[in-house]
Design a protein around this ligand. Structure first.
Ligand code: TRP
Length: 375
């Protein structure tokens, strides 16, 4: 059986470098590797609504931004099916059946759900009138890991390339698959997570050195940022606060500029922009010894980032002039996704034996039973 990818993003904002190193770059490589029979890339608008119920317009506006980001990174609709989650209603039906296989207690233990409850200000104890907390946890939000299991299993995905924060979701999906298959018979495919292979990519810090790039912290470099935006953001980037003078020894660990170089720079970049150093290791060694200023390292990082972003910007510009076509591509992708999900839903209904009208055995059995009882 061929390998199948499903992955996706919530359309709550433009995609940034964290998305790029954490998943987008890898997706394009996987797409072009020819190793996968099918690839599905989903814009998870329904999931975005689980914690943006009061802001549907944000989600609606960002669908096209995410689609443009995908296309500009090199995702190719000829090779990958790009679709919108809400346009595949079969996913809801699957989720409804899976809900019976998951306990409230298990969802409460999901570490991503747990931290998001904090982050989003949903709280169990919030009382009416408390404006700092929203009033309790929406059921749709609480159960989104189950909906995510539908997204993955509907396409019989074998492989889910995502960031480390999604690990609990894949784990929960595997449990649901296992439970379903053991109750109803072998039907669903247990997916494997595919994590980024470079440690710096597991979680790219923001430009302020905070743990994660996030729109709300204002510490992102967006794929759609201009070269000048990138220059400014890198120049103000957090480094080693104790590295005051050029001659001071500097620290590379926890130094955001070096973390970005870990994630992005290649030996070719050194050859081209910083030929005095053969590799990142040499650059780091010099920084540690002292005598290497932040500005020099930052200038190198700017060159590296802009080299990576230039072709992305070019493709984005191209597709921005063809928005109607992009929507048409999404519509076609959604139709293809829907047909695939419908096949799985059919398998699920058969396995659960809720396919009453196709179930001749059931109909005969019942007919027999009633004939016998009326004799
Ligand atoms: N939860 C993912 C995120 O926030 C988005 C997502 C929804 C997803 N369904 C998915 C990712 C299925 C992988 C597979 O980024």
């Amino acid at each position: 059986m061929g390998k199948i990818i499903l992955t996706g993003d919530r359309p709550t904002g433009k995609l940034h470098l964290g998305h790029f190193v954490g998943s987008l770059r890898r997706r394009v490589e996987l797409q072009n590797s020819g190793e996968f029979e099918r690839i599905f890339i989903m814009i998870a608008d329904a999931q975005a609504l689980t914690d943006n119920a009061d802001n549907p317009d944000k989600v609606r506006q960002n669908i096209i931004e995410v689609a443009l980001d995908y296309l500009s990174c090199g995702l190719d609709p000829e090779k990958s099916t790009i679709f919108i989650q809400s346009q595949v209603p079969e996913l809801c039906e699957l989720a409804f059946y899976y809900m019976n296989l998951v306990t409230v207690q298990r969802l409460q233990r999901n570490p991503t759900v747990k931290s998001e409850i904090q982050l989003r200000g949903f709280s169990e104890s919030a009382t009416e009138g408390d404006t700092t907390q929203r009033q309790g946890i929406p059921v749709g939000f609480f159960t989104y890991p189950i909906s995510q299991a539908s997204d993955i299993t509907a396409f019989k995905a074998t492989t889910v390339p995502v960031g480390a924060d999604q690990e609990p979701m894949i784990e929960q999906t595997r449990e649901i698959v296992h439970k379903f298959n053991s109750v109803y018979g072998e039907t669903l495919v247990e997916p494997e997570i595919l994590l980024p292979d470079n440690a710096a990519c597991l979680r790219l810090p923001g430009t302020d050195g905070k743990a994660k790039m996030s729109k709300s912290l204002g510490n992102c470099i967006y794929l759609s940022d201009s070269a000048e935006d990138v220059r400014k953001k890198v120049m103000t980037m957090y480094t080693d606060p104790n590295h005051l003078r050029v001659e001071d020894p500097g620290q590379v660990e926890g130094n955001t500029v070096f973390t970005y170089l870990d994630a992005f720079s290649t030996p070719e970049h050194f050859e081209k922009y910083l030929p005095d150093y053969a590799s990142l290791d040499e650059l780091k060694a010099h920084y540690r010894r002292g005598g290497l200023g932040d500005v020099k390292v930052k200038k190198f990082l700017i060159a590296v980032l802009n080299e990576i972003l230039d072709p992305i910007r070019e493709r984005r510009h191209y597709f921005e002039q063809r928005i109607e076509e992009v929507y048409r591509m999404l519509e076609e992708g959604s139709a293809v996704a829907r047909a695939t999900a419908a096949e799985t839903l059919n398998d699920v209904r058969n396995a659960m034996r809720i396919n009453y009208f196709a179930d001749k055995e059931l109909i005969n059995e019942q007919a027999e039973r009633f004939r016998n009882s009326s004799n």
